[in-house]
Write a protein that binds this ligand. Structure first.
Ligand code: PEP
Ligand code: MN
Length: 367
């Protein structure tokens, strides 16, 4: 499905002042916390206020949001500050209650995007909204927790198919097992590929959930802007350390304002002459890389023939592990991450194996 008949996500005053900034607490916890945080953010020039009302927690017993009562606090935020109000919906009931409370922006959380049944339920509910509501509501779809671009696009297609035209994506990183620098791995290549496939779709970066730590918000936000993301959604709380959810990744409105002030917006003029020359160099290097890869594949096909003649298995784990270890060490001496080298080599190896299997299949046919 082509997602190309889109309306601007927000009004011209918000869209004109790139990047789009959405900010607010992970969860609306009390009327005072919601209103005071919102007023401070409005004072910093923030125009879209986010707050979780229903919170998907990994385990029972965590703070699961105060529910519909918090929608009343969000309505007050809108009345008192003039900010647009945004919250996460995970069911058709959430959607209806949010609409009734005058919510301007909804988002589908990462856990919801993972489940096509849940996304379709929300899409069906969206499609039954009155036309002007469906056309004015902005809907953002977070990436699924797992690094599956098709699942993310599928969710966007379901919402677009329901007639939503103010549609955008939020990149919040991908879960992985074990301890890492980031709470959710950014895997920037995935949102970049989403942009390549659906260039009209705005993409907003969520540095709070990617980083999981407040000190990572500034560098992640800058990286997102450097990669031409359209906006940022950042968690901000008037007393972050006391937050009932995601305390370590929230910042005060004042700190957020300082972070935003320090961001450098890449401009078109920076990307004219000098970048043109650098891009030519990249094009040349990519040609060389492709040439090298095809030479490598040719040799690997020769090895495939040898293995076949000598009845050897195609995949030999010890050789693969040995090669991987050596390349990772060589790559890290050249300032490339182990994870990157592993992924590049795994992709090359997979293609070599595919070509060797193809040779076997072709020769089986001949015999
Ligand atoms: C949130 O935005 O507070 C949230 C729960 O995010 P995610 O769905 O990205 O985990
Ligand atoms: Mn959160």
């Amino acid at each position: 499905m082509r997602i190309d008949q889109l309306q601007p996500l927000f009004s011209a005053d918000i869209m004109g002042a790139k990047p789009i900034i959405m900010a607010g607490p992970c969860s609306a916890e009390s009327e005072r916390q919601t209103l005071e945080t919102a007023q401070a953010l409005a004072g910093c020039g923030i125009k879209i206020f986010r707050a979780g009302v229903w919170k998907p927690r990994t385990k029972p017993g965590g703070f699961e949001g105060v529910g519909a009562l918090a929608l009343e606090w969000l309505s007050k935020v809108k009345a008192q500050t003039g900010m647009l109000i945004a919250t996460e919906v995970a069911t058709s009931r959430h959607l209806q209650e949010a609409i009734d409370a005058g919510i301007d922006v909804i988002w589908l959380g990462a856990r919801t995007t993972t489940n096509p049944f849940a996304v379709q339920e929300i899409a069906d509910a969206l499609s039954t909204l009155a036309r002007e509501k469906r056309e004015s509501l902005a809907v953002l779809v977070k990436n699924p927790v797992n690094p599956d671009l098709e699942l993310w696009i599928g969710a966007l297609e379901r919402i677009y198919g329901a007639g939503v035209r103010r549609l955008g994506a939020i990149h919040r990183g991908f879960s992985s097992y074990g301890k890492h620098v980031y709470r959710n791995q950014p895997r920037w290549g995935i949102p970049i590929e989403l942009h390549r496939r659906h260039p009209a779709l705005p993409i907003i970066c969520d540095p709070s959930h990617i980083g999981g730590k407040r000190e990572l918000i500034a560098p992640l936000s800058q990286q997102a802007l450097d990669m031409n993301f359209d906006g940022l959604i950042v968690e901000s709380h008037f007393a972050p350390d006391e937050a009932l959810s995601d305390a370590s990744q929230q910042v005060t409105p004042k700190e957020l304002s300082r972070i935003i002030g320090g961001l450098i917006m890449p401009t078109e003029t920076q990307s004219t002459e000098s970048i043109g020359r650098l891009r030519q160099q990249i094009d040349r290097l990519d040609d060389e890389l492709l040439d090298l890869l095809s030479k490598r594949m040719r040799i690997s096909r020769e090895i495939g023939r040898f293995k076949r003649e000598h009845n050897m298995p195609i995949v030999q784990a010890h050789r693969y592990n040995d090669l991987m270890q050596k390349r990772v060490a060589a790559g890290s001496a050249l300032d490339m991450s182990a994870d990157f080298i592993r992924r590049v080599l795994a992709a090359i190896h997979e293609e070599s194996v595919r070509q060797q299997i193809e040779i076997n299949a072709a020769e089986d046919k001949e015999e």
